[in-house]
Design a protein around this ligand. Structure first.
Ligand code: HEM
Length: 493
């Protein structure tokens, strides 16, 4: 006993606490080990990169063979359930987000319904969509500035990285609308707005390898999560500075006419007498808007390079409509070929192979008897996009496809880029469909008008620009390089 007491005195711990520590470590290790094993297959499935081949996804002849399958904790169901599932209150959108994006972990709560948010962000986003006529000029100004600085006036062919170029263009346009003129050209702020999304995605992947019961503890220590919290801290410095400067300035007519989300959200918050976290809101908006729209722009520019016969007709449409109707939102709506090209590009290469991730709040039996257990997660396949009984010759890009539908009374209802249908769920479907799609469409159209009229462009190397799937996501290879040269546009902006 004397020996044990001596050891106890030296180590300064009791046997009980030593045993407790050892026990906790073993439980911790066991939970980690078990989760690692079960997540291993899932992680491999998510990380696997393969060539994207839409013809292999055409279920026109095998639709009835679809079996629900599993990916990790999720049950993957056929696109044909989209209509049934989209507005079912028993399937929670919020819990789906929590599971996929860990929205309640400190540092990750900027996304959607995280702990610091309330309804005002949604209200403000809707308000934004109703004010689209005010955003065309600022978007155009930023596109001109970005292209002048980054693409230049060189009339000889030179090269820019396609995806990075589109991402940073959209980051600047979006920042102009979300936070305003003070920061939208600031490389440090743009680095935060784009980097946060990448870092957050990495942190989620890392956390998901741990047992969910350990996440509330391990996130405090994982380097990826600490980095995210440091980024939020840095972002606060920028957002607080802008807010303080604005408060210090006397309110001028210019200030009250500001076109940026921060101003609108402030006014909604004042009207509703509620507070909100301005920094997390900015990061949340950037997360939802920048990589998604940047990815869409990358895909549409690559599609135009692969289908160069579309370029002249698009230029003609833009010039004739702007000459007749001026440079306004209404004119952008009249560009039906441009709209059709965007929708076709998104049809053939949407963001992912699955959408509408939901968790069942109670046991559910679907129309055909398929059972979903309480607590089970479902994701809907987007395979109708590539189904040639719905879209003839579905694996082929056809820029005129949706423009032709406009003349067909049977098909004219869901032809615009922002319209929703079970056969084209690029922006989701049902009551949680993307509220930012109107803004994404305007941004893309303004940017494409400038790109098409001011530059000739082509892919440097088609193989290195191909579409690929990474897990359930669809990307263009980020190594793609674009050859560009300045042309003379035949229009006054
Ligand atoms: C091409 C660009 C975009 C694509 C492809 C896209 C895609 C989507 C999809 C598929 C959903 C539905 C998720 C579901 O039902 O499970 C969604 C939801 C959402 N998107 Fe987008 N999005 C884009 C741009 C934007 C932009 C620019 C904003 C912000 C202004 C935004 C904000 C949101 C929000 C807030 C939701 C959640 C809706 C809810 O809470 O009910 N998105 N998006």
């Amino acid at each position: 006993m004397a020996f044990y007491s001596a050891v106890e005195a030296v180590l300064g711990v009791t046997w009980l606490s030593a045993l407790f520590t050892l026990g906790s470590l073993s439980v911790f290790w066991l939970l980690r080990h078990r989760e690692r094993k079960s997540q291993h297959a899932l992680h491999n499935a998510w990380a696997q990169i393969s060539a994207f081949d839409p013809s292999s996804l055409d279920r026109s002849k095998t639709a009835d063979d679809w079996k629900t399958t599993r990916l990790g904790k999720a049950t993957l169901v056929s696109n044909r359930y989209a209509h049934e599932i989209r507005n079912d209150e028993r399937l929670s959108f919020q819990l789906g987000l929590e599971q996929d994006f860990l929205t309640t972990v400190p540092g990750l709560e900027s996304l959607f319904g995280g702990t610091f948010h309330n309804g005002i962000v949604w209200d403000a986003a809707m308000h934004f969509s109703r004010k689209l006529n005010t955003v065309v000029d600022p978007l155009s100004e930023e596109t001109i500035e970005y292209l002048q600085k980054n693409w230049g006036d060189d009339k000889e062919w030179h090269t820019v990285p396609l995806h990075h170029s589109m991402l940073m263009l959209i980051a600047q346009l979006t920042a102009r609308l979300f936070i305003g003129e003070e920061l939208c050209r600031d490389p440090e702020w743009l680095g935060i707005a784009t980097g946060y999304t990448m870092d957050r995605t990495f942190a989620v992947k890392e956390l998901q390898q741990w047992n969910p019961r350990l996440i509330p503890v391990v996130h405090w220590f994982l380097p990826s999560c600490r980095k995210l919290r440091a980024t939020i801290k840095k972002a606060r410095g920028f957002v607080d500075r802008v807010r303080t400067e604005r408060k210090q300035k006397k309110t001028t007519a210019d200030d009250t006419n500001r076109v940026d989300a921060m101003t609108w959200i402030d006014s909604v918050a004042r009207d509703q007498n509620c507070s909100y976290d301005a920094t997390l809101t900015q990061l949340r908006l950037a997360y939802a808007a920048v990589h998604t729209t940047g990815d869409m722009m990358t895909k549409v520019v690559a599609a135009l390079c692969e289908n160069p016969e579309m370029i002249e007709p698009l230029r003609k449409e833009i010039i004739s409509i702007i000459s007749e109707h001026g440079w306004r939102e209404a004119a952008l709506h009249k560009m039906t070929l441009l709209d059709s090209v965007l929708k076709e590009s998104q049809r053939i290469q949407p963001l992912g192979l699955y959408t509408l991730s939901r968790i069942a709040l109670e046991p559910i039996t679907l129309d055909d008897g398929t059972q979903i257990k309480k607590g089970e997660q479902v994701k809907i396949s987007t395979d109708h996009m590539w189904n040639s009984s719905i879209w003839p010759d579905a694996a082929q890009f056809d820029g005129y496809r949706f423009q032709r539908f406009r003349d067909n009374p049977d098909q004219s209802s869901a032809v615009s880029f922002v319209s929703l249908s079970a056969n084209h769920m690029g922006f989701g479907y049902g009551k949680h469909a993307c509220p930012g799609r109107f803004l994404a469409a305007i941004e893309a159209k303004v940017a494409l008008c400038h790109l098409l009229l001011k530059y000739d462009f082509e892919l440097e190397n088609k193989e290195a620009s191909a579409a690929q799937t990474e897990g359930v996501m669809i990307w263009r290879d980020h190594r793609a390089q674009l050859r560009i040269k300045r042309r003379v546009e035949k229009i006054e902006w």
